[in-house]
Design a protein around this ligand. Sequence first.
Ligand SMILES: O=C(O)[C@H]1O[C@H](OP(=O)(O)OP(=O)(O)OC[C@H]2O[C@@H](n3ccc(=O)[nH]c3=O)[C@H](O)[C@@H]2O)[C@H](O)[C@@H](O)[C@H]1O
Length: 449
Amino acid sequence: MASPPDTSKAAKLERCNSYLRRVNSAKIISASSRLLFRACIVATVALILLFALHCPPLLLLSHYSAAARSSHRGLLSSDVTYGGAAWEREVRRSATPRRRSGLTVLVTGAAGFVGTHCSLALKKRGDGVVGLDNFNSYYDPSLKRARQSLLSRHGVLVVDGDINDTLLLTKLLDVVPFSHVLHLAAQAGVRYAMRNPQSYVTSNVAGLVALLEVAAKHADPQPAVVWASSSSVYGLNTATPFSELHRTDRPASLYAATKKAGEAIAHTYNHIYGLSITGLRFFTVYGPWGRPDMAYFSFANYILSGKPIAVFRMQDGTAVQRDFTYIDDVVTGCLGALDTAERSTGSGGKKRGPAQLRVYNLGNASPVPVAKMVGILEELLGKKARKQVVTLPQNGDVPYTHANVSMAERDLGYRATTDLATGLKKFARWYVEYYDRRSKKEAEGAASA
Ligand SMILES: O=C(O)[C@H]1O[C@H](OP(=O)(O)OP(=O)(O)OC[C@H]2O[C@@H](n3ccc(=O)[nH]c3=O)[C@H](O)[C@@H]2O)[C@H](O)[C@@H](O)[C@H]1O
């Protein structure tokens, strides 16, 4: 039988002490486990820090991710020139065609001379157009801004950005499934290539590759690409008129070499990725809203301001000639190329079948000596030029250009309809009005300041 519990005072005290000892020892155990836990955390943090310090790639990766994130944030925030919901709405609005089965065209170099005219023509006939231009200072950026305002008045948005910005290109092609890209952004000018060769590589080679990369691998559907090559690819070719079948492996300038490289690059992207690509060889395009670096434009300026102009001629005394081509005719050719471009066959960087690859001359098929062009300008501007006839320097210029345009006529419905006198008349009228308006505005600005 079990004995009854001892209820004496001494026994009660002993039970109480033993209870307190158990409680205390439990407290000691829990305090020490807390200490151990804390020590573990400190050790883990120390280990992570030590690991990170001894593993630079890990830090680089986190730094890279932060940079990538911040540039993505840049794309999407409203404090930059592109990105954000309002920006996307604007892009979509500009890209929406007004006619049934209208094209949706991304025009690079849209604030440039040919880009502005093509964008306007596309918009006017009901196609959707979004422009892209980096507004660089190769020539007066205020002229490019004026073209941008003109486009804006006609409902064409020109995004401020560079073709080498692949994040921006990706974003644009994400927002709009462009059916076509009219790629006109480039470093132009034959003689400037001797002063700034790198700019030609950056725009005409790297920029073209950046665009074709995004078009081939990212865009779904892949757009058809029409882009600006140049008459200068014929280089030292002596067979005339220049035909697309003639050799183009002797460029006379770096500008020409980068355009020739562009044609080879186009072949590669067509071959590997099934991109439909059409190259257009422009022949000395001129007209209203033209490029101030070109001879006819700068000559008009110099004639009116009484400065001397250098008119080049060959060493043997023969005239330097150009197949000057009026802008409206070139626009017809560009739109014809867009309209006849077949779809690209690939998607996501995978070719699904052979795709169209074309190249066409867009010229006037009627070369004119530079001295004659000066004579027409003198007559139109009512002032004699201070001409200095100079032997053509070693500057990359070729003695003459002359396009055979039969392929463009047959395939693109191209017609060169404007002779130099008619085209320069339109240019001279625009030139006088534009700079008159500008100087009046400047005078008003100065008076109110
Ligand atoms: O077809 C092209 O692919 C190229 O056309 C254009 O090049 P070019 O034909 O060289 O035009 P441009 O400079 O207007 O000189 C015209 C004529 O004036 C002569 N010229 C020039 C300057 C001068 O001071 N004196 C002179 O006689 C000069 O010798 C030439 O005979 C574009 O600029 C170029 O970007 C590209 O698109």
